[in-house]
Design a protein around this ligand. Sequence first.
Ligand SMILES: [Mg+2]
Length: 142
Amino acid sequence: MQDENTLYGQNERQHSRKLVLTSDDKTTIQALKEVADKFSTKRDWAKFHNPKDLSIGIVTEGSELLAIFRFKTDKEVKQILGNQLMANQIKHELADVLFFILRFSQMTGTDLTEAFLEKMKLNEIRYPVDKSKGSNKKYTEL
Ligand SMILES: [Mg+2]
C-alpha cells in the first residue's frame, strides 16, 4: 500500500513494471518524468511550468551548483567533493537541475533520449576525434 507521505511507497517500487526507482542503471527517464509530474500535479504547479519559467529553473538551479565552487581553488574543490555535507549539497543541486530538465521535456513533449542521441550525433560531426582528441577547443575553433 502506498504511503501518502511519499511519492511512491515501497510496495509500488517493488511491483511497478515501469516505475523502478532505485538507481541509474535500473530507472528509466520516463519513470523520473512521472515522479516529477506526480510531485508537480499534487501541488497544482503545472500552471507555472511553462517553457520560459522551466528554462529559468534549469539555469538558476545550475547557478546554485556553480555558487558552491565560486572562488574556490582546485585544492578547495577537492576538499568540497570529499566533504559529505557538501557532496550532498552538490547532489541535491544536480537533482534540482534534473527536475527542471525532466519537467521541461515533459511539458513540451520532448523525448530526452531522442534529443540527447540526436545531439551526440551532431557532436560526433562537430568534434571529429582526429581534431578534438585532447583538446578543449569549441568546434568552431577546431
Ligand atoms: Mg537548488
